[in-house]
Design a protein around this ligand. Structure first.
Ligand SMILES: Nc1ncnc2c1ncn2[C@@H]1O[C@H](COP(=O)(O)OP(=O)(O)OP(=O)(O)O)[C@@H](O)[C@H]1O
Ligand SMILES: [Mg+2]
Length: 396
């Protein structure tokens, strides 16, 4: 028998797999891959079921093993979470209803070749998987038996990142295209109909400057964001006293506050409150929160900035900088998405104020790099409070 000849030297089974099977099943059990064969006893549990179960039980990813009749021999907990209807001894082709997977199982059984497929599950959540279906032949000595080993990788996080990247590029291009279209329009007007109109030229140049500045700001913000993300794994180490920092930000925004007829009220302790941080990044983050309060909460006429020391839920000391406005507030459905790049409650309102929707994304990343977080509370009609939480190191 050809199989017997091949069994002497392990046949053409790839070396790595051959070694693993020798170690697990002993020399006499190693058989070359080939076509699926019908197992000796149809309904009895597979003779290696227990061992196979233990083997795949320790695997982190989902794994299912089928016999030559595509009945389930064993599966692990991760597999049960993908296909809750799996039962040992039951036909897999009925339980696993994903058509791509069923095809791959059939193909693997027919050809004896490993198969790879991707499939998508909508229920209970959108998830993408890749599955490998690998035929493995065991020879029990009493009769031939072969199994199909199925392993799964969850591709969902990878797909989400891909989607986010595509969204990001679409958003960034759109945000750049809008001022660029305005610039091109005005250039055309100045070259044509308004060529000799001095008053129009002055007016248009002013608008063009604003639009160009907006593009420059957008690019600046994008570069800052990617720099902060690149450094996310390097926690900042300089000592930063927060009270002078808060005062500096409040002073710097006095002109905008006067413009909007808003009073900035500061409350900070006398004694120093020092965190490990990157001063410029913290200033940038706080500036955005105060600027937002002045822009979107101007109707409240007052913005409170409060610096304090408190404890996290876990009992660790932290510094808090809360920026509270008394404006219209934010509807609850927007709160979870506010820190996404380009997300704005009212796009027209934000744009008219020169905003690009990157400010809160920047705040979130700055705080994450500092080991802290931003929290948002708001009631419609009763303003909003954005709080920066920064860990305070003890014993230094
Ligand atoms: N204090 C606030 N009151 C009401 N709405 C707010 C407040 N702060 C932020 N928002 C809403 O959240 C959105 C996102 O804010 P974010 O700072 O990320 O972007 P932006 O201010 O529009 O643009 P940028 O900060 O890039 O100039 C704003 O467009 C606004 O709709
Ligand atoms: Mg902003």
């Amino acid at each position: 028998m050809a199989d017997d000849d091949q069994r002497q030297d392990g046949g053409d089974r790839p070396g790595r797999l051959r070694g693993a099977w020798r170690a697990l099943f002993g020399e006499q059990d190693v058989a070359p891959p080939g076509r699926m064969r019908v197992s000796a006893s149809r309904n009895a549990p597979h003779p290696r079921a227990l061992l196979i179960e233990q083997l795949i039980g320790g695997m982190p990813g989902a794994a299912i093993v089928l016999d030559s009749d595509t009945r389930v021999i064993a599966f692990n907990a991760a597999a049960a979470s993908i296909a809750p209807a799996l039962r040992s001894g039951e036909p897999a082709l009925i339980t696993l209803r994903m058509p791509e997977l069923v095809d791959a199982i059939r193909r693997a059984g027919k050809t004896g070749e490993p198969q790879r497929v991707e499939f998508f599950e909508r229920v209970p959540l959108d998830r993408w998987f890749e599955a490998f279906v690998t035929p493995v032949e065991l020879d029990e000595g009493t009769g031939a038996s072969s199994i199909l080993m199925m392993t799964f990788n969850d591709l969902t996080p990878l797909r989400r990142v891909e989607e986010m990247r595509a969204d990001f590029i679409a958003n960034a291009s759109h945000e750049l295209r809008t001022p660029l279209a305005a610039l091109l329009g005005f250039i055309e007007t100045l070259q044509g109909p308004a060529k000799n109109d001095v008053a129009a030229r002055e007016k248009f140049l002013g608008i063009m400057q604003q639009q160009a500045a907006r593009m420059a700001r957008l690019i600046d913000d994008l570069l800052s964001l990617s720099r902060i993300e690149l450094n996310a794994h390097l926690p900042p180490s300089a000592a930063v006293d927060l009270a002078p920092l808060v005062r500096q930000v409040a002073d710097g925004l006095q002109t905008l506050a006067r413009d909007r007829q808003v009073e900035i009220v500061m409350d900070a302790p006398e004694e120093p409150l020092v965190v490990r941080g990157d001063r410029d990044e913290l200033i940038r983050a706080l500036e955005n929160l105060v600027e937002n309060a002045l822009k979107y909460g101007a109707a409240g006429k007052r913005v409170d900035i409060t610096l304090s020391q408190a404890k996290t839920r876990g009992g660790l000391p932290e510094a808090r900088i809360a920026v509270r406005d008394h404006g219209p507030g934010i509807a609850p459905e927007h709160l979870p998405r506010l820190t996404e790049r380009f997300y704005r409650v009212d796009v027209a309102d934000s744009r008219s104020q020169g905003g690009t929707g990157l400010g809160l994304a920047l705040v979130k990343h700055v705080l994450a790099r500092h080991g802290g977080r931003v929290s948002i509370e708001s009631k419609r009609g009763d303003g909003a409070t954005f709080t920066m939480h920064l860990p305070l190191r003890t014993g230094e």
